[in-house]
Design a protein around this ligand. Structure first.
Ligand SMILES: [Zn+2]
Length: 97
């Protein structure tokens, strides 16, 4: 079904954010980064060589127990910055504005 972005919205904020994410996140990133691991502090896969071919200037650290990785800006945020969760993962407050 085609999406008419000019049509009056009757969907909730969560659906809108998912659409924005899908437009914003390149396939390359969404295919490599397993965002589910961000919720698992015991996993260090994100810090591995899988990210070597990505042009990242930041040091990738595993999220702490009170942190999460925003699937929109890919920054690790404190839980106080958590806004809502999409099917792709958590989204920070700044990306929800
Ligand atoms: Zn964000």
């Amino acid at each position: 079904m085609a999406t008419d972005y000019d049509a009056p919205r009757k969907t909730d904020e969560d659906t809108e954010s998912i659409q924005a994410l899908q437009e914003r996140v390149p396939d390359k990133l969404s295919g490599v980064v397993d965002v589910d691991d961000a919720d698992n502090p015991g996993s260090f896969e994100l810090a591995g060589q899988d990210l070597a071919d990505l042009e990242l200037d930041v040091v990738v650290l595993p999220a702490q127990e009170d942190e999460f990785t925003c699937v929109s800006c890919f920054l690790v945020k404190h839980q106080s910055q958590f806004d809502h969760k999409t099917k792709l993962g958590p989204v920070c407050h700044e990306c929800s504005l």
